[in-house]
Design a protein around this ligand. Structure first.
Ligand SMILES: Nc1nc2c(c(=O)[nH]1)N[C@H]1C(S)=C(S)[C@@H](COP(=O)(O)O)O[C@H]1N2
Ligand SMILES: [Mo]
Length: 215
C-alpha cells in the first residue's frame, strides 16, 4: 500500500491559523446517506471494463478488465465528501487507484484541457484536467478499508476531494480526454461547471463566463 496523502481541511496552515473544517453552508452528516439519480447498477464482472478514450497521446483507446484495473497500485486518501444539498461526511479513508496513475499509463494528448468521467447508464461529470490530475483525486474501490457497497459505487467511484461530490461519479466506467470543455450530467442541469465547495460554487447561475461553456 502507498503512503496516505494527507487531508487539507481541518488542519492548521503554515501560520498556525485554524482552517475551517467545513465549506460554507455545509453541515456534518452522521452516518453515510446514499445520494444519486437513477437505479443502482448491477456489477457484471465479465462485462465490466474501464476505458480511456478521446484525445489520448497515442490516438488509441485503452481498456482494462476488472482484474487488471484493480491490480493497479493501491493508495489511500483521507477526504471529506461534500454534497451540494448541504451535508458533508468528514474524514473517510478512501482506497483505490490515483487518477495520476491513469494519466501516466494512458497519457492524454498535449492539447487536452478537460476530462469527462463516464459512469453506468450514461452518467457523466466534466472536470478540468488540473482537477483530475490532483494528487488526491482517486478512483476508489474501498472506504475505511472495506470494499464499497453497491449503493455507494461498487466496484469503482471517483473521489475528487476538493470539489462537490457530484463531480465524483459512482459506478465509473471510463474517462474521455477532451480538448475543450463540455458539460456533464448535473452540469447540464443547473449545477456549477467547476463546483468548488470552498467558493460555494453550487449552481450554474453563479458561473462567471470563464467558468464553463454556455448553457
Ligand atoms: N453515477 C452517479 N454518481 C454519483 C451521483 C449520481 O447521481 N450518479 N451523484 C453524486 C452525488 S450528488 C453525491 S452527493 C455522491 C453521493 O455519494 P454517496 O451516495 O456514496 O454518499 O455521489 C455522486 N456520484
Ligand atoms: Mo450530492
Amino acid at each position: 500500500m502507498g503512503q496516505p496523502v494527507g487531508r487539507e481541511s481541518g488542519e492548521r496552515d503554515s501560520e498556525g491559523a485554524a482552517q475551517p473544517e467545513l465549506p460554507p453552508g455545509q453541515r456534518v452528516q452522521r452516518g453515510w446517506p446514499v445520494t444519486h439519480y437513477g437505479p443502482v447498477p448491477k456489477f457484471r464482472p465479465e462485462r465490466w471494463e474501464f476505458r480511456v478514450f478521446g484525445a489520448t497521446a497515442d490516438g488509441g483507446k485503452h481498456c482494462w478488465n476488472h482484474e487488471e484495473f484493480t491490480a493497479l497500485p493501491y493508495t489511500t486518501v483521507v477526504a471529506d465528501l461534500h454534497c451540494v444539498t448541504k451535508f458533508s461526511m468528514l474524514g473517510a479513508e478512501w482506497g483505490g487507484i490515483p487518477a495520476r496513475t491513469i494519466l501516466d499509463i494512458a497519457p492524454p494528448a498535449p492539447d487536452v484541457t478537460h476530462v469527462m468521467v463516464w459512469a453506468e447508464y450514461g452518467f457523466s461529470s466534466n472536470l478540468r484536467l488540473s482537477d483530475f490530475a490532483s494528487e488526491r483525486t482517486l478512483f476508489a474501490t474501498h472506504k475505511d478499508g472495506e470494499l464499497l457497497t453497491a449503493e455507494h459505487g461498487f466496484p469503482l467511484r471517483l473521489i475528487v476531494p476538493h470539489l462537490y461530490a457530484w463531480k465524483g461519479p459512482k459506478w465509473v466506467r471510463g474517462v474521455e480526454y477532451m480538448t475543450a470543455d463540455r458539460r456533464g450530467f448535473w452540469e447540464e442541469r443547473g449545477y456549477h461547471n467547476i463546483g468548488d465547495p470552498w467558493k460555494e460554487q453550487r449552481y450554474s447561475y453563479q458561473e462567471e463566463p470563464e467558468d464553463g461553456p454556455g448553457l
